[in-house]
Each structure stands twice: as structure tokens, then as C-alpha cells.
Write a new protein. Structure first.
Length: 115
């Protein structure tokens, strides 16, 4: 854990742009959680969309940067509203989601994580 705190402090100190800050944070999040993909999204409520701004993919799951979904139908919105922060049962929980169907090909094990 000391290594992660050190990396965090170094990233905060040396970052000169949002990207220089976010990319190391995604790597740290991956190292802590073991998730194949970590990403930061933006949510534009006025446009009704959620867009992947930065992504780190290390396994077969590949969430592309620039990928967007309808915010009203997004898995993260549903996760927040239902207080389910992690699940391996996306299909049964939110099988009616057009966003889930749109990105289904991206998921190997259909996990949804929103923090």
C-alpha cells in the first residue's frame, strides 16, 4: 500500500495536465482492484450522454476512449440509482438496457463497476 501512496503523491505533484494525472490513477486503480479495464467518464446531463474520456485496458476487455452511451440508460446510472456498486449479473439486473446491449461485445464476463 505504501507504494501506491507514493505513486499517488508523485502523480499529484508531477501532473501538468488532466491526462497526466488520470492515466497513473487508472493504473493504480487497476493494480488495487485487478480489473481488466479502468476508465474515467464524463457525464453531460444536458446532452444526456456518458463518454469514456480516458481508459486503461490490460486484458481481453477493451473499453475504447471516446465510447459513449445514453446517460439515461447507462449501467453506471442504473448502478447508482439501485445502490449496486458491483455485479457479475448485468444481464439479469439490467438486461433491458440498450446501453448494455450496445457494449455487450466489449464484456467478457459482464461485470459492471461504478464508483
Amino acid at each position: 500500500m505504501d507504494i501506491i501512496v507514493t505513486q499517488l503523491v508523485e502523480s499529484l505533484h508531477s501532473a501538468r495536465s488532466t491526462e497526466q494525472l488520470v492515466r497513473p490513477l487508472l493504473e493504480m486503480l487497476n493494480n488495487i482492484t485487478g480489473m481488466e479495464s479502468t476508465y474515467l467518464t464524463t457525464i453531460e446531463l444536458d446532452k444526456g450522454k456518458q463518454t469514456v474520456k480516458y481508459a486503461r485496458n490490460i486484458g481481453t476487455l477493451a473499453i475504447p476512449e471516446g465510447f459513449d452511451v445514453s446517460w439515461a440508460d447507462s449501467l453506471c446510472k442504473r448502478s447508482i440509482e439501485s445502490c449496486v456498486t458491483t455485479t457479475s449479473d448485468v444481464e439479469n439486473l439490467w438486461g433491458d438496457s440498450k446501453a448494455a446491449k450496445k457494449i455487450r461485445y466489449l464484456f467478457v464476463h459482464e461485470h459492471a463497476y461504478c464508483f
